[in-house]
Design a protein around this ligand. Sequence first.
Ligand SMILES: *[C@@H]1O[C@H](CO)[C@@H](O)[C@H](O)[C@H]1NC(C)=O
Ligand SMILES: *[C@@H]1O[C@H](CO)[C@@H](O)[C@H](O)[C@H]1NC(C)=O
Ligand SMILES: [Fe+2]
Length: 399
Amino acid sequence: MGGLRMRVFLLFLIIGIFDFHVVCGYTRPPPRRTLFIPLADPDSDSPQQVHISQVGRDRMRISWITDGPTSARVDYGPSPAANAVSATGKTSSYRYLTYESGEIHDVVIGPLNPKTVYYYRLGGSPSSQTYSFQTPPSQFPIKFAVVGDLGQTEWTKSTLEHIGNSTYDMLLLPGDLSYADVIQDLWDSYGRLVEPLARQRPWMVTQGNHEVEKIPVLHSEPFTAYNARWRMPYEESASDSNLYYSFDVAGVHVIMLASYTDFDPDSSQYKWLQGDLKNINRVNTPWVFALIHAPWYNSNTAHQGEPESVSMKASMEDLLYQSRVDLVFAGHVHAYERFYINPKPEISMFREASFGHGILDVVNASHALWSWHRNDNDEPVVSDSVWFTSLSSNPSCKV
Ligand SMILES: *[C@@H]1O[C@H](CO)[C@@H](O)[C@H](O)[C@H]1NC(C)=O
Ligand SMILES: *[C@@H]1O[C@H](CO)[C@@H](O)[C@H](O)[C@H]1NC(C)=O
Ligand SMILES: [Fe+2]
């Protein structure tokens, strides 16, 4: 089995009317209506768009937005009173053309115990709403939900319900979040749409083409909204950019890569990746996953031959291969497909032009069960499932 590369490319679409004839063909399903989630109380300074992300092994970043200036303070604890500890963090905001963001608050809390429910309140007011989240486990098993190209349509709404019912520990998102596409109010709407899930479990994301939001002359800085709203733990993995980072959870090392910034061998992303891969200890993390946005393998007619797929693959594939990365997740195509390099010659093992989400249940150091849950006109239906064995558990793979 030397040289076995297992690759999962998770290609997920949001916008469209479901049609079974279309599914049989591998033509991407069309979009559904875009949703706009308004602010429940437009005059209030109460927290909105709450989401959490893991920082290091035992901390959590709490991010939220208020319309007016309020304190970047989190009160939290293991009991519903949420008053055992308090922590303060930072507040920032950004401008985009005529849009001015709310106050974006960012507080890192911890240390926290694994697989434990914590209650928390935001802004320092004792009368504010109490939320709760559960930390991920520190050992196997761990269950990931995986979804790309989430957007904010009626497809998104039912897919989020399905994910919410799945008892996952952490969500992984390989890019394309809000599809705001320069309309910044849509970022706020997206934050409100995903909040009920994203405030309860860590959402670890990387970015896609819809996050770039660069307009020649008018707004030359890329990823302004993404970086301000979805800050990820990049310093903790010695990365110099919020666009690429890595972290360990249970026994898994997860690498988040950036398809829309430099990835050539002389780029800082490439050098960072080299160093990150070198530091992996397969005793601590027998599994290694990577997430990218633009897929390196794709048999759909959509998104063929793009430089972010072709050139990034040419630059980085060998690096991931030599380090025996177990699984690669990608987004972008809006249809599901799963590949292996071996056995040859048919690399596309399963494909289906459906929306949906994936669940990766890593049961121990050697076995993980992957399942694809098609969003079948709002019903979740498992249409593909497969057991993976880790490369580190295979003596001939020389990890
Ligand atoms: C999700 O769970 C809720 C109750 O917890 C249930 O009412 C709903 O039907 C479930 N949704 C799906 C699509 O399974
Ligand atoms: C890991 O899980 C698989 C699948 O459930 C099982 O067959 C195997 O025995 C487990 N390995 C260990 C060391 O527990
Ligand atoms: Fe995309």
